[in-house]
Design a protein around this ligand. Structure first.
Ligand code: NDP
Ligand code: OXD
Length: 306
């Protein structure tokens, strides 16, 4: 079996070594233009040329959960496109989101500022019921995040495309329930995939529907957000703050207003990192299953785009 690896912005040699160790007997090489046809590909944001030169791939394995950079390309029609299915990402995402939600709710930034000023002072405890959290996207990551927040006894609501039942989470589905979901939400967490339907979904109308003093945690994709609309709502006071882990352009360009805005925390697309060993083990398992004609999780629906 031949496996080709084509991952931009990635240190490729450890992936080659890991895949060779996990699939003994497979020929695993980094793709170069003109390389021979492979059976399976392991990719991250590959160029179109790669796909054009590998028309008979059986499986294309994305080393991330989001496939937006992949599905916009012309893909070999017969190839099964597979994304990472958790592989250690959901617990990281839960840590990250809970950290910032709790930080906001407990006013920990304020306490840090007080400490820095040598000030010993208490803030009045705020009722948790006044901080309902809404999670957009109830997939692998969204459900884990929603349940982690529920464990801290926040009122948690979730929104997905199809109707869902998630223990401890009030579930909403579809465009017809979007406004009801938003209007009962104060802390909004975005964990949607980036598709034609969701691009720009975090815009003025959506963010205005959050409860006053709202807070945004965007950990999905930068193109979900209309930057200027967020800035306007922060400046008007309708929103109290935002944590942004993903951006339309990454790295976030120097001079972008998010860098210096007092109500914005910028993190460098790091809320849930691809863990190499877990990911290689998952991909190796799935390649074997695919070869044996067995079903696998994480197959991308090309029509839906995620
Ligand atoms: P999943 O595919 O498991 O879940 C996606 C969820 O979004 C599903 O619940 C789906 O609904 C819902 N959804 C999709 N389209 C719509 C829509 N139009 N309206 C309402 N709901 C919709 O993805 P993951 O949870 O694994 O990952 C989510 C995203 O997180 C990734 O696509 C990626 O962009 C981002 N990500 C970011 C990382 C970071 O470090 N910042 C790391 C990893 C991922 P339904 O269940 O009904 O289909
Ligand atoms: C992913 C990411 O999609 O890291 O996995 O953003």
């Amino acid at each position: 079996m031949r496996i080709t690896v084509c991952c931009t912005d990635t240190k490729v040699p450890p992936w080659l070594e890991g895949l060779r160790a996990a699939i003994p007997g497979a020929e695993v090489e980094e793709w170069r233009p003109g390389a021979p046809q492979a059976d399976h590909a392991v990719v991250w944001a590959p160029p179109q040329q790669f796909l054009d030169e590998q028309p008979r791939l059986k499986g294309i394995f994305n080393i991330g959960a989001g496939v937006d950079a992949l599905v916009k390309l012309r893909l070999p029609p017969q190839a099964v496109v597979v994304r990472l299915d958790d592989a250690g990402m959901s617990v990281q995402m839960a840590e990250f989101v809970c950290h910032y939600a709790i930080r906001f709710f407990r006013e920990l930034d304020g306490y840090e500022a007080d400490t820095a000023a040598g000030k010993w002072s208490f803030r009045r405890p705020r009722p948790r019921a006044d901080f309902p959290v809404g999670v957009m996207g109830l997939g692998v990551l969204g459900q884990r995040v929603a349940q982690a927040l529920a464990a801290f006894e926040f009122p948690v609501r979730g929104w997905s495309r199809g109707a869902k039942e998630v223990a401890g989470v009030e579930c909403f589905a579809g465009t017809e329930q979007f406004d009801a979901f938003l209007s009962g939400t104060r802390i909004l967490v975005n964990l949607l995939p980036l598709t034609a339907d969701t691009e720009g979904i975090l815009e003025r109308r959506t963010l205005s529907r959050l409860q006053p003093g709202g807070f945004l945690i965007n950990v999905a994709r930068g193109a979900h957000l209309v930057d200027a609309d967020l800035l306007a709502l922060l400046d008007s006071g309708h929103l109290a703050g935002a944590v942004l882990d993903v951006f339309r352009e990454e790295p976030l360009p120097a001079g972008h207003p998010f860098w210096s805005h007092p109500k914005v925390v910028v993190t460098p697309h790091t809320s849930a990192r691809t863990l190499r060993d877990e990911s290689i083990a998952q991909i190796a398992r799935k390649i074997r299953a695919l070869e044996e004609g067995k079903p696998i999780a994480g197959v991308v629906d090309r029509h839906k785009g995620y």
